[in-house]
Design a protein. Sequence first.
Length: 341
Amino acid sequence: MVSFLKWLRKRLFGISLQEATFAKRGFLEGDAGLRQRLEQIGQIFLLGYQAALNDDRPEGLVRQLNAIEIELRGFAFEGAAMGLALLDGLTPWKRNRVQSFLKGAGSEYAYMVYVGVGWALARLPWGIEWYLAQLNKTLSATLSPSHRERCWGMEGDIDPVLGWLALDGYGFHQGYFDWRRYIQEMAIPPRLSGYACRVFDQGLGRSLWFVKGADVRRIHHAIENFSPSRRADLWSGVGLACAYAGGVERAVIEALQVAAQPYWSELSQGAAFAAKSRQRVGNLTAHTEVACQVLCAMSAEAAAGITDRMLEDLHPDGANPAYEVWRQRIQAQFVAVQVNP
């Protein structure tokens, strides 16, 4: 019976590793080595996703994830979180997989776990509305009782700051799998409003690193086509992807810094987020270090330290949730660094 259920999960929800290839996605190709790097990242994510579908028990799942080299392991944890969230959403009799993961081995990868949850929200018809209702501590008036019963159980457990990263993950998913609509046509995401749209754009910006093959000129051109009100968040996402995923030489990062003007503080903040995410699990890499030296004018350790300090005494500020206050504080630090080098 267990084997049959595993087969059924893979049959219904499995995603082929071919889905992460540039040829399948229709992404712009350039340097072969860079393409292979970005394809590998997508495939590692899908391996983590498949691992969660195959075995959602924490001990078995974590054993599979830890077998992946540490530099790429975060992507596997992100994929596993998508799988666990999807299973939570589809099995109302067992809805605690994501929270158990976050309380255990996934705690150090909390940033990646919430992003992975966002991928699942993109594939659950009721996911976005319900998640936002829980994040804002209210239930949407548009959800019927039967609708609520289908929703997976993170009530009261969503981190009020990091929980926004699920919307970032949702934005990345839509850019990655439906780039013609969300990047080429610059569609506004349905079912989102207010600040959620901004976090969506931060994830959409991350997807540009993949969709445009980390080509600075193409990334800049794509962002320039968007409304000016969306560009800062898109550049923030690009900075995060550059520093976390990497794949390019220092000269490319320097060109990226120039292209991002006047949004360099957002670009820097994204890179700092990447540094913190890697520092948290002890896998700061050479490419993250170089990205922070260029984009943040400091080491990756120092950039990660700024994100920690800016969390102190953090509260919402009017219409801005605490997550946005945190981002703005970090950006202000990089403005100060540029003014007083």
